[in-house]
Design a protein around this ligand. Structure first.
Ligand code: SF4
Ligand code: SF4
Length: 406
Protein backbone atom coordinates (compact mmCIF):
# COMPACT_ATOMS: atom_id res chain seq x y z
CA UNK A 1 0.00 0.00 0.00
CA UNK A 2 1.33 3.43 -0.96
CA UNK A 3 2.10 5.97 1.75
CA UNK A 4 0.10 9.20 1.77
CA UNK A 5 3.27 11.20 1.13
CA UNK A 6 5.21 9.37 -1.56
CA UNK A 7 8.63 10.55 -2.67
CA UNK A 8 7.85 12.64 -5.69
CA UNK A 9 9.32 12.30 -9.14
CA UNK A 10 10.44 15.94 -8.86
CA UNK A 11 12.48 15.07 -5.77
CA UNK A 12 14.22 12.34 -7.73
CA UNK A 13 14.72 14.58 -10.71
CA UNK A 14 16.44 17.24 -8.61
CA UNK A 15 19.48 14.99 -8.59
CA UNK A 16 19.39 14.05 -12.25
CA UNK A 17 17.11 12.81 -14.95
CA UNK A 18 18.57 9.96 -16.89
CA UNK A 19 19.16 6.36 -15.92
CA UNK A 20 22.13 5.40 -18.07
CA UNK A 21 21.91 2.20 -20.05
CA UNK A 22 25.45 1.08 -19.28
CA UNK A 23 28.25 1.69 -16.84
CA UNK A 24 30.63 4.60 -17.25
CA UNK A 25 34.28 5.15 -16.53
CA UNK A 26 35.87 6.67 -13.50
CA UNK A 27 37.37 10.11 -12.84
CA UNK A 28 39.78 11.20 -10.10
CA UNK A 29 38.97 11.89 -6.45
CA UNK A 30 39.57 10.38 -3.06
CA UNK A 31 37.82 9.07 -0.01
CA UNK A 32 37.73 11.97 2.43
CA UNK A 33 36.47 10.55 5.71
CA UNK A 34 37.13 7.45 7.70
CA UNK A 35 34.38 7.47 10.34
CA UNK A 36 33.21 3.93 11.04
CA UNK A 37 29.87 4.79 12.60
CA UNK A 38 26.52 3.59 11.29
CA UNK A 39 25.32 6.18 8.73
CA UNK A 40 22.56 8.64 9.73
CA UNK A 41 19.08 7.26 9.00
CA UNK A 42 15.70 8.65 8.01
CA UNK A 43 13.28 8.04 10.82
CA UNK A 44 10.22 7.29 8.66
CA UNK A 45 11.85 4.15 7.31
CA UNK A 46 11.75 0.75 8.98
CA UNK A 47 15.28 -0.16 10.01
CA UNK A 48 16.92 -3.33 11.25
CA UNK A 49 20.30 -4.23 12.70
CA UNK A 50 22.49 -6.38 10.49
CA UNK A 51 23.34 -9.01 13.09
CA UNK A 52 26.59 -8.69 14.98
CA UNK A 53 27.92 -6.03 12.62
CA UNK A 54 25.72 -3.62 14.57
CA UNK A 55 25.01 -1.72 11.33
CA UNK A 56 21.56 -0.21 11.49
CA UNK A 57 20.13 -0.20 7.95
CA UNK A 58 16.85 0.66 6.24
CA UNK A 59 15.11 -2.56 5.22
CA UNK A 60 15.49 -1.77 1.53
CA UNK A 61 18.97 -1.42 0.05
CA UNK A 62 20.18 -1.48 -3.54
CA UNK A 63 21.59 -4.20 -5.77
CA UNK A 64 23.08 -3.78 -9.23
CA UNK A 65 21.95 -0.48 -10.72
CA UNK A 66 23.70 0.99 -13.75
CA UNK A 67 22.37 4.56 -13.83
CA UNK A 68 24.66 7.00 -12.05
CA UNK A 69 21.82 9.48 -11.46
CA UNK A 70 19.67 6.67 -10.16
CA UNK A 71 22.36 5.65 -7.66
CA UNK A 72 22.79 9.25 -6.53
CA UNK A 73 19.05 9.69 -6.10
CA UNK A 74 18.76 6.43 -4.20
CA UNK A 75 21.37 7.62 -1.70
CA UNK A 76 19.74 11.05 -1.48
CA UNK A 77 16.37 9.48 -0.79
CA UNK A 78 17.24 7.11 2.02
CA UNK A 79 19.08 4.10 0.63
CA UNK A 80 22.21 3.44 2.68
CA UNK A 81 23.59 0.03 1.71
CA UNK A 82 24.69 -0.73 -1.85
CA UNK A 83 25.71 -4.17 -3.00
CA UNK A 84 28.11 -4.68 -5.87
CA UNK A 85 30.72 -7.18 -7.00
CA UNK A 86 33.93 -6.74 -8.91
CA UNK A 87 32.50 -8.95 -11.66
CA UNK A 88 29.45 -6.70 -12.26
CA UNK A 89 29.72 -5.23 -15.73
CA UNK A 90 33.38 -6.18 -15.95
CA UNK A 91 34.27 -3.99 -12.96
CA UNK A 92 32.45 -0.96 -14.37
CA UNK A 93 29.77 -1.08 -11.69
CA UNK A 94 32.44 -0.47 -9.04
CA UNK A 95 33.85 2.37 -11.18
CA UNK A 96 30.42 3.95 -11.44
CA UNK A 97 29.98 3.74 -7.68
CA UNK A 98 33.43 5.30 -7.21
CA UNK A 99 32.24 8.36 -9.12
CA UNK A 100 29.26 8.62 -6.80
CA UNK A 101 31.20 8.00 -3.59
CA UNK A 102 33.93 10.56 -4.29
CA UNK A 103 31.45 13.38 -3.57
CA UNK A 104 30.03 11.89 -0.37
CA UNK A 105 31.18 11.56 3.24
CA UNK A 106 32.43 8.04 3.87
CA UNK A 107 30.08 7.58 6.79
CA UNK A 108 26.96 8.32 4.72
CA UNK A 109 26.79 4.93 2.95
CA UNK A 110 27.61 1.25 3.44
CA UNK A 111 29.16 -0.79 0.63
CA UNK A 112 29.61 -4.52 0.13
CA UNK A 113 31.51 -6.17 -2.72
CA UNK A 114 33.26 -9.42 -3.58
CA UNK A 115 36.29 -10.60 -5.58
CA UNK A 116 36.03 -11.62 -9.21
CA UNK A 117 37.08 -15.26 -9.09
CA UNK A 118 37.08 -17.81 -11.93
CA UNK A 119 33.86 -19.67 -12.65
CA UNK A 120 35.42 -22.99 -11.58
CA UNK A 121 35.84 -21.64 -8.06
CA UNK A 122 32.14 -21.20 -7.45
CA UNK A 123 31.75 -24.35 -5.42
CA UNK A 124 28.51 -25.12 -7.20
CA UNK A 125 27.31 -27.11 -10.17
CA UNK A 126 28.91 -30.39 -11.17
CA UNK A 127 32.45 -29.41 -10.19
CA UNK A 128 34.29 -31.96 -8.04
CA UNK A 129 36.72 -29.47 -6.56
CA UNK A 130 34.34 -28.22 -3.85
CA UNK A 131 35.26 -24.68 -4.79
CA UNK A 132 38.68 -24.77 -3.20
CA UNK A 133 40.82 -24.37 -6.28
CA UNK A 134 41.57 -20.66 -6.12
CA UNK A 135 44.78 -19.25 -4.67
CA UNK A 136 43.87 -17.11 -1.61
CA UNK A 137 46.36 -14.55 -2.97
CA UNK A 138 43.78 -13.77 -5.67
CA UNK A 139 41.32 -12.69 -2.97
CA UNK A 140 43.93 -10.42 -1.37
CA UNK A 141 44.81 -8.89 -4.74
CA UNK A 142 41.22 -8.50 -5.84
CA UNK A 143 40.23 -6.21 -2.97
CA UNK A 144 42.96 -3.75 -3.94
CA UNK A 145 41.37 -3.37 -7.37
CA UNK A 146 37.92 -2.91 -5.83
CA UNK A 147 39.16 -0.21 -3.45
CA UNK A 148 40.84 1.64 -6.30
CA UNK A 149 37.72 1.53 -8.47
CA UNK A 150 35.43 2.47 -5.57
CA UNK A 151 37.84 5.24 -4.50
CA UNK A 152 37.77 4.02 -0.93
CA UNK A 153 40.26 2.95 1.72
CA UNK A 154 38.04 0.18 3.01
CA UNK A 155 34.75 -1.56 2.24
CA UNK A 156 32.15 -2.36 4.88
CA UNK A 157 31.47 -5.97 3.89
CA UNK A 158 33.68 -8.17 1.71
CA UNK A 159 31.91 -11.29 0.54
CA UNK A 160 33.11 -14.67 -0.66
CA UNK A 161 30.66 -15.13 -3.51
CA UNK A 162 28.33 -17.91 -4.71
CA UNK A 163 28.84 -20.51 -1.98
CA UNK A 164 27.07 -23.75 -2.87
CA UNK A 165 28.94 -26.08 -0.53
CA UNK A 166 29.98 -25.75 3.07
CA UNK A 167 33.49 -26.99 2.26
CA UNK A 168 34.23 -23.80 0.32
CA UNK A 169 33.37 -21.30 3.02
CA UNK A 170 35.11 -23.41 5.68
CA UNK A 171 38.31 -23.77 3.64
CA UNK A 172 41.01 -22.49 5.98
CA UNK A 173 43.14 -20.62 3.41
CA UNK A 174 40.10 -18.57 2.45
CA UNK A 175 39.23 -17.86 6.08
CA UNK A 176 42.85 -16.81 6.70
CA UNK A 177 42.74 -14.44 3.70
CA UNK A 178 39.51 -12.81 4.88
CA UNK A 179 40.82 -12.56 8.46
CA UNK A 180 43.89 -10.76 7.13
CA UNK A 181 41.73 -8.30 5.17
CA UNK A 182 39.84 -7.52 8.35
CA UNK A 183 43.04 -7.14 10.39
CA UNK A 184 44.53 -4.86 7.76
CA UNK A 185 41.47 -2.62 7.82
CA UNK A 186 40.53 -3.33 4.19
CA UNK A 187 37.09 -4.52 5.24
CA UNK A 188 35.09 -4.01 8.41
CA UNK A 189 33.09 -7.24 8.12
CA UNK A 190 33.22 -10.49 6.14
CA UNK A 191 30.35 -12.27 4.47
CA UNK A 192 29.36 -15.01 2.06
CA UNK A 193 26.77 -15.09 -0.71
CA UNK A 194 24.69 -18.13 -1.63
CA UNK A 195 22.16 -19.02 -4.32
CA UNK A 196 21.96 -22.78 -3.92
CA UNK A 197 22.04 -25.35 -1.15
CA UNK A 198 21.49 -22.29 1.03
CA UNK A 199 20.33 -23.98 4.26
CA UNK A 200 23.52 -26.08 4.51
CA UNK A 201 25.69 -23.09 3.64
CA UNK A 202 23.92 -20.80 6.12
CA UNK A 203 24.23 -23.28 9.00
CA UNK A 204 27.91 -23.83 8.21
CA UNK A 205 28.51 -20.06 8.18
CA UNK A 206 26.84 -19.79 11.58
CA UNK A 207 28.82 -22.69 13.05
CA UNK A 208 32.10 -21.30 11.73
CA UNK A 209 31.85 -18.36 14.13
CA UNK A 210 33.85 -16.44 11.50
CA UNK A 211 31.49 -14.98 8.90
CA UNK A 212 29.46 -11.92 9.89
CA UNK A 213 26.90 -11.61 7.09
CA UNK A 214 25.07 -13.86 4.63
CA UNK A 215 23.65 -12.53 1.38
CA UNK A 216 21.15 -15.17 0.37
CA UNK A 217 18.38 -15.85 -2.14
CA UNK A 218 15.08 -15.44 -0.36
CA UNK A 219 11.67 -15.19 -1.98
CA UNK A 220 8.07 -16.37 -1.89
CA UNK A 221 8.61 -18.84 -4.75
CA UNK A 222 11.31 -20.92 -3.08
CA UNK A 223 10.13 -24.48 -2.65
CA UNK A 224 12.31 -25.01 0.46
CA UNK A 225 11.04 -21.99 2.37
CA UNK A 226 10.58 -23.86 5.67
CA UNK A 227 14.11 -25.19 5.55
CA UNK A 228 15.35 -21.71 4.68
CA UNK A 229 13.49 -20.08 7.57
CA UNK A 230 14.82 -22.65 10.04
CA UNK A 231 18.43 -22.20 8.86
CA UNK A 232 18.14 -18.39 8.90
CA UNK A 233 16.68 -18.46 12.41
CA UNK A 234 19.49 -20.77 13.56
CA UNK A 235 22.13 -18.44 12.13
CA UNK A 236 20.46 -15.20 13.25
CA UNK A 237 20.36 -16.59 16.80
CA UNK A 238 24.14 -16.91 16.51
CA UNK A 239 24.58 -13.31 15.42
CA UNK A 240 24.68 -13.45 11.62
CA UNK A 241 23.29 -10.56 9.63
CA UNK A 242 21.10 -11.38 6.60
CA UNK A 243 20.75 -9.56 3.32
CA UNK A 244 18.04 -10.94 1.02
CA UNK A 245 18.50 -11.13 -2.74
CA UNK A 246 16.43 -12.62 -5.60
CA UNK A 247 13.43 -11.27 -3.70
CA UNK A 248 11.83 -10.44 -7.06
CA UNK A 249 11.67 -14.16 -7.89
CA UNK A 250 12.43 -13.68 -11.59
CA UNK A 251 10.22 -10.55 -11.98
CA UNK A 252 7.67 -12.12 -14.39
CA UNK A 253 5.23 -14.94 -13.89
CA UNK A 254 5.28 -16.07 -17.49
CA UNK A 255 7.94 -16.91 -20.02
CA UNK A 256 6.68 -14.23 -22.42
CA UNK A 257 6.85 -11.49 -19.75
CA UNK A 258 3.27 -10.38 -20.13
CA UNK A 259 2.46 -10.70 -16.41
CA UNK A 260 4.73 -8.98 -13.94
CA UNK A 261 4.93 -10.15 -10.35
CA UNK A 262 3.71 -7.56 -7.85
CA UNK A 263 7.15 -6.27 -6.81
CA UNK A 264 5.92 -4.37 -3.76
CA UNK A 265 4.23 -7.51 -2.49
CA UNK A 266 7.32 -9.63 -3.19
CA UNK A 267 9.58 -7.26 -1.24
CA UNK A 268 7.17 -7.03 1.66
CA UNK A 269 6.86 -10.82 1.71
CA UNK A 270 10.63 -11.22 2.16
CA UNK A 271 10.68 -8.60 4.91
CA UNK A 272 7.95 -10.32 6.92
CA UNK A 273 10.84 -12.45 8.18
CA UNK A 274 12.47 -10.16 10.73
CA UNK A 275 15.73 -12.03 10.37
CA UNK A 276 16.04 -10.67 6.84
CA UNK A 277 17.59 -7.39 7.87
CA UNK A 278 17.64 -5.72 4.49
CA UNK A 279 17.04 -6.65 0.83
CA UNK A 280 18.92 -5.61 -2.33
CA UNK A 281 16.53 -5.33 -5.29
CA UNK A 282 18.01 -4.01 -8.53
CA UNK A 283 16.41 -0.74 -9.63
CA UNK A 284 16.30 -0.19 -13.37
CA UNK A 285 14.17 2.98 -13.33
CA UNK A 286 13.12 5.82 -11.07
CA UNK A 287 9.64 4.27 -10.90
CA UNK A 288 11.03 1.03 -9.51
CA UNK A 289 13.15 2.89 -7.00
CA UNK A 290 10.20 4.96 -5.84
CA UNK A 291 8.09 1.82 -5.47
CA UNK A 292 10.77 0.05 -3.44
CA UNK A 293 11.53 3.02 -1.20
CA UNK A 294 7.83 3.29 -0.39
CA UNK A 295 7.97 -0.26 0.98
CA UNK A 296 10.31 0.93 3.73
CA UNK A 297 7.55 3.04 5.26
CA UNK A 298 5.07 0.26 5.89
CA UNK A 299 5.69 -3.47 5.62
CA UNK A 300 2.08 -4.49 6.21
CA UNK A 301 0.83 -6.76 3.43
CA UNK A 302 -2.64 -6.04 2.13
CA UNK A 303 -5.02 -8.93 1.31
CA UNK A 304 -4.65 -7.96 -2.39
CA UNK A 305 -0.88 -8.26 -2.18
CA UNK A 306 -1.13 -11.65 -0.52
CA UNK A 307 -3.51 -12.80 -3.26
CA UNK A 308 -1.21 -11.43 -5.97
CA UNK A 309 1.65 -13.61 -4.80
CA UNK A 310 -0.50 -16.73 -5.20
CA UNK A 311 -1.31 -15.93 -8.82
CA UNK A 312 1.47 -17.95 -10.42
CA UNK A 313 0.53 -21.14 -8.61
CA UNK A 314 -3.15 -20.63 -9.44
CA UNK A 315 -2.40 -20.16 -13.13
CA UNK A 316 0.34 -22.78 -13.28
CA UNK A 317 3.16 -20.47 -14.34
CA UNK A 318 6.69 -21.77 -13.84
CA UNK A 319 8.12 -18.23 -14.18
CA UNK A 320 11.79 -17.36 -14.48
CA UNK A 321 13.03 -18.26 -11.01
CA UNK A 322 15.13 -21.46 -10.99
CA UNK A 323 15.07 -23.06 -7.56
CA UNK A 324 18.75 -24.04 -7.91
CA UNK A 325 17.70 -27.40 -6.48
CA UNK A 326 20.22 -29.32 -8.61
CA UNK A 327 17.68 -32.02 -9.50
CA UNK A 328 18.66 -31.69 -13.16
CA UNK A 329 22.41 -32.05 -12.77
CA UNK A 330 22.71 -35.83 -12.90
CA UNK A 331 20.32 -36.06 -15.86
CA UNK A 332 22.56 -34.32 -18.38
CA UNK A 333 25.10 -36.66 -19.97
CA UNK A 334 27.25 -33.64 -20.81
CA UNK A 335 27.33 -32.56 -17.16
CA UNK A 336 26.24 -29.06 -18.09
CA UNK A 337 25.85 -26.71 -15.10
CA UNK A 338 22.12 -26.30 -15.75
CA UNK A 339 21.26 -24.42 -12.52
CA UNK A 340 23.78 -21.69 -13.35
CA UNK A 341 22.49 -21.46 -16.93
CA UNK A 342 18.92 -21.20 -15.68
CA UNK A 343 19.93 -18.52 -13.19
CA UNK A 344 21.54 -16.60 -16.04
CA UNK A 345 18.38 -17.07 -18.08
CA UNK A 346 16.45 -15.43 -15.25
CA UNK A 347 18.89 -12.48 -15.22
CA UNK A 348 18.68 -12.00 -18.98
CA UNK A 349 15.00 -12.71 -19.65
CA UNK A 350 13.30 -12.04 -16.31
CA UNK A 351 15.34 -9.16 -14.88
CA UNK A 352 16.35 -8.01 -18.41
CA UNK A 353 19.98 -7.81 -17.34
CA UNK A 354 21.88 -9.76 -20.01
CA UNK A 355 25.10 -8.17 -18.79
CA UNK A 356 24.66 -9.86 -15.44
CA UNK A 357 24.14 -13.20 -17.17
CA UNK A 358 27.43 -12.72 -19.00
CA UNK A 359 29.22 -11.57 -15.86
CA UNK A 360 28.07 -14.72 -14.09
CA UNK A 361 29.38 -16.99 -16.83
CA UNK A 362 32.77 -15.24 -16.92
CA UNK A 363 34.82 -16.51 -19.84
CA UNK A 364 32.16 -18.90 -21.21
CA UNK A 365 31.38 -18.68 -24.91
CA UNK A 366 28.35 -20.15 -26.67
CA UNK A 367 30.60 -23.10 -27.64
CA UNK A 368 30.71 -24.07 -23.95
CA UNK A 369 26.97 -24.75 -24.03
CA UNK A 370 26.62 -28.04 -25.93
CA UNK A 371 22.82 -28.11 -25.98
CA UNK A 372 22.47 -27.56 -29.72
CA UNK A 373 24.06 -30.99 -30.26
CA UNK A 374 21.23 -32.88 -28.57
CA UNK A 375 18.31 -33.97 -30.73
CA UNK A 376 16.19 -34.25 -27.61
CA UNK A 377 17.01 -33.13 -24.07
CA UNK A 378 16.25 -35.87 -21.50
CA UNK A 379 16.36 -33.45 -18.56
CA UNK A 380 13.17 -33.18 -16.54
CA UNK A 381 13.19 -29.98 -14.47
CA UNK A 382 11.34 -29.87 -11.15
CA UNK A 383 9.53 -26.73 -12.37
CA UNK A 384 8.91 -27.96 -15.90
CA UNK A 385 11.44 -25.59 -17.52
CA UNK A 386 12.30 -26.39 -21.11
CA UNK A 387 15.98 -26.56 -20.21
CA UNK A 388 17.32 -26.97 -23.73
CA UNK A 389 15.53 -23.95 -25.21
CA UNK A 390 16.47 -21.74 -22.25
CA UNK A 391 20.11 -22.87 -22.47
CA UNK A 392 20.16 -22.05 -26.19
CA UNK A 393 18.74 -18.61 -25.48
CA UNK A 394 21.63 -18.00 -23.10
CA UNK A 395 24.08 -19.22 -25.75
CA UNK A 396 22.64 -16.54 -28.05
CA UNK A 397 23.20 -13.89 -25.35
CA UNK A 398 26.86 -14.94 -25.24
CA UNK A 399 27.09 -14.41 -29.01
CA UNK A 400 25.86 -10.81 -28.90
CA UNK A 401 28.73 -8.32 -29.46
CA UNK A 402 29.75 -6.66 -26.21
CA UNK A 403 28.74 -3.15 -27.30
CA UNK A 404 25.10 -4.20 -27.58
CA UNK A 405 24.83 -5.67 -24.10
CA UNK A 406 23.52 -3.69 -21.13
S1 SF4 B 1 16.55 -26.12 -13.75
FE1 SF4 B 1 14.83 -27.04 -12.64
S2 SF4 B 1 15.67 -28.95 -11.75
FE2 SF4 B 1 17.40 -27.67 -12.37
S3 SF4 B 1 17.97 -26.49 -10.55
FE3 SF4 B 1 16.51 -25.22 -11.70
S4 SF4 B 1 14.51 -25.71 -10.83
FE4 SF4 B 1 15.91 -27.35 -10.17
S1 SF4 C 1 20.21 -30.30 -24.24
FE1 SF4 C 1 19.87 -31.22 -22.23
S2 SF4 C 1 21.02 -33.16 -22.22
FE2 SF4 C 1 21.74 -31.94 -23.95
S3 SF4 C 1 23.55 -30.85 -23.13
FE3 SF4 C 1 21.79 -29.49 -22.89
S4 SF4 C 1 21.03 -29.90 -20.83
FE4 SF4 C 1 22.38 -31.60 -21.36
Amino acid sequence: MKSKSPITRRAFLQTGTTALAGATLLSSGSCSQQSKETPPQRSEFVQRTLGRTGLRLPVVSMGACYGIDLVRSALDNGIVYIHTSSDYSERNHERLLGRVFQDRPRDSFVIGTSPDLPYTFRGSGPSEDLGRDVEPGLILESIEGSLERLKLDYVDIYYLGSMGRKETLLHEPYIDAYAKLKRDGKTRFVGITTHENEPEVIRAAANSGFWDVVLTSYNFRQSHREEMDAAIQYAADRGLGFVGMKTQAGVYWDRKRTRKINMTAALKWALQNENIHTVVPAFSSFEEMEEDIEVMKDLTMTPEETRDLALGDELGYSGHYCQQCGGCLSQCPERVDIPTLMRCHMYAYGHRQPRKARDTLGSWTSADIPCSNCARCPVSCALGFDVQSRALEIARVLDVPDDFIV
